[in-house]
Design a protein around this ligand. Structure first.
Ligand code: URA
Length: 258
């Protein structure tokens, strides 16, 4: 790398990031089986004295940043203004590491509003929710009940920015973005919300345990809510697709009857 100048090194790094490289490792492979002495062995567990036990840190919810989000969200009178308000909101650190704000996709006045968790790599690059592998599966699931982004469905996420390495959303990140999600629901005014996965269900319904919650109609923000298995989960656990199919049929008949 000595022959690279700064710009070439930066271009090489950007190229690797585009390819999906997330960790810096050495140029040469290391056979770790040949390094037994250097591998830290787990220390034997010693019973902790009561005085050594530290309380689990409770995340501090900053009421000032939540209040700032509430007033910014309230001031937005349409979806364009809401998107701009999120872009201008300075307290969500995820914004610094994200390529794009991921606001929504689909038909804004649709009857069904799908709420996912947070953008992943593809969504961050394209600035649209659910465009990666999970999104392609979601599109197929919707098509199976005659719905699509162009007809009947509007899609957003709890977090508008990709968390680093696709880690789980943190409680304080969710708390500060929820006023925008609530306003988003008010402005889009769907007939029904579909919460995809645990994080979405927890943020909207205050409940966890998606494998139990899925398919059980609930109520939040004055709307019926259908919790569903996240398509990323279905890609890892294809045997659960039968449950997702049952939930899709339940959504279809709800839409027909209501
Ligand atoms: N998973 C989500 O929850 N949302 C996306 O936009 C993509 C993947």
């Amino acid at each position: 790398m000595d022959h690279f100048d700064w710009h070439q090194a930066k271009a090489a790094l950007d190229w690797q990031r585009e390819l999906g490289v997330t960790d810096a490792i050495g140029e040469d492979p290391i056979n770790r089986y040949e390094l037994p002495d250097q591998i830290a062995k787990p220390k034997p567990k010693v019973a902790a004295k009561p005085s050594d036990v530290q309380p689990t840190p409770v995340p501090v919810m900053r009421t000032d940043v939540i209040k700032a989000a509430e007033s910014a969200a309230k001031a937005a009178n349409d979806l364009v203004a809401l998107r701009a308000a999120i872009a201008a909101y300075p307290h969500c650190d995820l914004q610094k590491g994200a390529k794009n704000l991921v606001f929504s996709d689909g038909t804004p006045d649709a009857r069904v509003m799908i709420i996912g968790e947070a953008p992943g790599r593809d969504e961050d690059i394209q600035g649209k929710p659910f465009v990666g592998r999970a999104g392609q599966l979601l599109d197929k699931m919707l098509a199976a009940i005659d719905l699509s982004r162009g007809d009947g469905v509007y899609i957003t996420n709890i977090l508008p920015y990709r968390p680093p390495q696709n880690r789980d959303p943190k409680p304080d990140e969710v708390a500060m973005m929820m006023p925008f999600v609530r306003r988003h629901i008010e402005l889009a005014a769907p007939d029904v919300l579909v919460c995809m996965g645990n994080h979405s269900c927890h943020a909207i319904l205050g409940k966890r345990g998606i494998t139990k919650l899925r398919g059980q109609w609930d109520q939040a923000m004055g709307k019926p809510v259908l919790p569903m298995l996240h398509p990323a989960y279905l890609l890892r656990q294809p045997q659960a697709k039968k449950n997702a199919w049952a939930d899709l049929l339940s959504l279809k008949s709800w839409l027909k009857e209501t």
